[in-house]
Design a binder for this molecule. Structure first.
Ligand code: ADE
Length: 371
């Protein structure tokens, strides 16, 4: 079917274009729109496999503006796959501190180790091999393959699913894997072989700038304008269809800043579970007062120099919300490590080291500021 025929059909109103024909008809307008509207982003300057990979992992669950400074510092400090493979865990976590979803960073390192062992410290120029690396799913494999190597594979994330389901007026639930697989197949069939990276990034860009999440889409400037069935049928408020997520569990915690003049107590979190192996201020389940906290940590009365309530804070994880209150407990004397029993797994860090040395997740940011 010629492109002219497609256009005529489109102008006629509801058309018999198949989903694949509809997308194919959009390839040229999409690429030309991207040429004029692509944002200048640090990872686009010279899209090497390593920088595409790191940026795509950071961009999962995190906004572009928040990612930029993290990306630049990460590439400065760990400029190659080998540097990443050899990075100390705490240093890596410090570079990730505040981005959240720390298992993404752990998988980055695992995959870097595998790339050093299997591919001489490079990422493989092969979609199937990329998919075997820890933390690399079909979206990331497609992004690296297409943007860094020019391989025509799809890179379909939640934002691209929103764009595609609107263009095709698909009411299928985009949180279903089978729906994503179907869209990937569709895209695979229309990617222009010589512009794979630009094509995928153009879809991402439409999702970020035009067909935006949570808000009215800016259809007037959309390269899919005449082709988009959701716009033509007035369905952009109903599509995409996405099954509601389970409500988050709420946990109440009392965060304890146990301080001397120059030090504050921290401890390492368990190796499994939420924020695994990162550092934290000691905390207790529930809403506790100063005296209860003093007892819970077994602080000898002669060391106790006073307590103060701190403001409440909230942190939202994917499945849990922490609703926190804080207590500052002042100790009379500097604590020598290892101390005599009552400290358990606490260590007393110099206050400045909270910023420079110990990776402390963003969940504690509100209290770190008060130290
Ligand atoms: N979101 C996910 N991947 C992206 C990319 N390569 N550029 C901009 N935003 C993105």
């Amino acid at each position: 079917m010629s492109e002219l025929y497609n256009r005529l059909q489109v102008l006629e109103g509801d058309t018999p274009l198949s989903p694949e024909e509809r997308l194919r008809a959009a390839v040229r307008p999409l690429l030309s729109w991207y040429g004029e509207n692509a944002r200048t982003l640090p990872w686009r300057e010279s899209p090497k496999p390593y920088s595409v990979w790191v940026s795509e992992i950071m961009l999962q669950q995190t906004r572009v503006e928040a990612v930029k400074p993290y990306f630049e510092r990460f590439m400065r400090e760990l400029p190659t796959v080998k540097d990443l493979a050899e990075a100390e865990d705490d240093r890596l976590m410090k570079l990730w501190e505040g981005l959240g979803y720390y298992s993404r960073a752990r998988n980055l390192k695992k995959a870097a180790v595998a790339a050093c062992e299997k591919y001489g410290g490079e990422l493989p120029a092969d979609y199937g091999e990329l998919l075997k690396l820890p933390g690399i799913g079909s979206y990331t494999a497609g992004a690296i393959a297409s943007i860094a190597f020019g391989i025509p594979e799809p890179a379909v994330d939640g934002n691209v699913l929103r764009v595609l389901s609107r263009v095709l007026a698909s009411r299928e639930d985009i949180s279903r894997q089978a729906v994503k697989r179907g869209m990937e197949e569709l895209v695979r069939g229309v990617i222009p072989p010589d512009r794979a990276g630009d094509f995928n990034q153009a879809l991402i860009e439409v999702g970020a700038l035009v067909c935006i999440p949570g808000g009215e889409p800016k259809c007037a400037g959309c390269p899919f304008h005449s082709l988009c069935l959701a716009r033509r049928r007035g369905l952009t408020g109903e599509i995409p269809v996405k099954a509601p997520k389970k409500a988050r569990r709420i946990e109440r915690r009392t965060i304890v800043l146990l301080e001397t003049e120059t030090q504050v107590a921290i401890r390492r979190r368990p190796e499994e579970g939420l924020l695994a192996s990162l550092w934290e201020f000691p905390s207790l389940e529930g809403d506790l007062g100063a005296e209860e906290a003093r007892e819970a940590f077994g602080i000898p009365p002669e060391l106790f120099a006073g307590a103060e309530e701190l403001p409440e804070a909230k942190h939202i994880f994917s499945h849990v919300e922490w609703h926190m209150r804080g207590i500052r407990i002042r100790l009379t004397a500097p604590v020598q490590a290892p101390a005599d029993g009552w400290m358990g797994e606490l260590i007393f860090a110099d206050k400045g080291e909270l910023w420079t040395r110990y990776p402390l997740p963003g969940a504690f940011a509100a209290y770190r500021r008060l130290v």
